[in-house]
Ligand binder design. Structure first.
Ligand code: FAD
Length: 293
């Protein structure tokens, strides 16, 4: 058997907001064969949920019954060089490991991904990135399991596949198994400096000492210009605003933090307050970046 299936699993370690939740079934494929074996076994299953690092998800249930199959690719995290500019990475590999691997092989350009606490799979679904770039600009091809067709597919990436915090695969029920990324040849020391500067800046801004799931909202566009969400939230008085177990961070109001015992309901109450205040004050409709499961 190339897949490990376990039952009644706490999902707390599998979501960065550290919400208390439990899954009746969770599977860890060891390789592609294991994933296919699992999919054959659960063919036609209604809710198949892949969790990467769970750093952009909010779990809405205390218990996911046996109608849900959770899949985690942490055993599929292999990374290797394809040639001097291309790297192959499995869907469960962390962005951080990918970037360090790139740097140590004198490849530059991916540094902006190092401090984003997700996996390759999650980053491709979310088109993760920073003000500098997004992963979609570097991905050349993707291998995925198409849940509707029940087959493995290789796809060369097209220009239209990635957009703001979204990709072709976000809409199509698919499991990202691996990707090939391409970047420029670079210099270890130069890349190291960029990573360290980014980490320092981000640590200074973000509430890393409380569980959270990154930015709550996608940057809205007004008159073709991206708005900075935390500034809007600050303007409507939400910096440090708290209710029950969670709060808009006093350090960075674009993040909701778990101050202790937060529940899905608590979080959604804060989201609703933000949406209402920002709409009333600025006429801007905020869209949640998180995926609610
Ligand atoms: C402190 C902090 C800082 C962050 N900073 C940034 C940032 O600067 N920029 C940014 O873009 N994001 C940021 N994020 C959000 C998050 O880290 C990214 O969106 C990341 O790419 C999510 O990856 P993940 O593996 O955690 O995905 P998850 O959160 O586990 O999943 C996200 C979505 O992808 C799906 N998914 C995950 N893996 C797969 C797979 N293999 N196949 C198919 N579907 C899959 C899930 O079902 C879900 O719909 C931050 C989060 C935190 C907590």
């Amino acid at each position: 058997m190339d897949v490990t299936v376990i039952h009644n699993v706490s999902l707390k370690p599998y979501n960065s907001f550290r919400l208390e939740s439990e899954a009746s079934i969770m599977a860890f494929p060891h390789n592609e064969a294991g994933l296919c074996e699992l999919m054959d076994r659960y063919r036609g299953f209604k809710h198949i949920v892949v969790l990467g690092k769970g750093s952009n998800v909010i779990l809405s249930k205390d218990y996911y019954s046996d109608e849900y199959l959770f899949v985690n690719l942490k055993l599929m995290d292999h990374i290797e060089m394809v040639n001097s500019r291309r790297i192959f990475a499995q869907g469960g590999a962390s962005l951080s490991n990918l970037v360090w691997y790139a740097i140590e092989n004198n490849i530059k350009g991916l540094e902006f991904l190092e401090d984003i606490p997700g996996t390759i799979g999650g980053a491709i679904i979310m088109n993760a990135g920073t003000y500098r770039s997004t992963i979609g600009n570097f991905v050349k091809s993707i291998r995925y399991y198409d849940l509707e067709k029940g087959e493995l597919i290789n796809r060369d990436v097209r220009d239209s596949d990635f957009s703001k915090r979204h990709s072709f695969w976000s809409e199509n029920s698919s499991i990202i198994l691996s990707a090939v990324v391409e970047a420029e040849q670079g210099d270890y020391v130069e890349s190291l400096k960029i990573v360290m500067q980014d980490k320092e800046k981000r640590f200074a801004k973000q509430p890393r000492n409380f569980p959270n799931a990154g930015s709550v909202f996608v940057r809205p566009e007004v008159d073709l210009k991206d708005q900075v969400v935390w500034e809007l939230l600050d303007e409507v008085g939400l910096r440090g605003y708290s209710k029950n177990g969670c709060a808009f961070s006093a350090k960075h109001p674009g993040f909701i933090i778990n101050t202790g015992g937060a529940t899905y309901k608590d979080i959604m109450e804060l989201v609703a307050v933000a949406k209402e205040r920002v709409l009333n004050r600025f006429g801007v409709e905020l869209e949640m970046e998180w995926k609610v499961i």
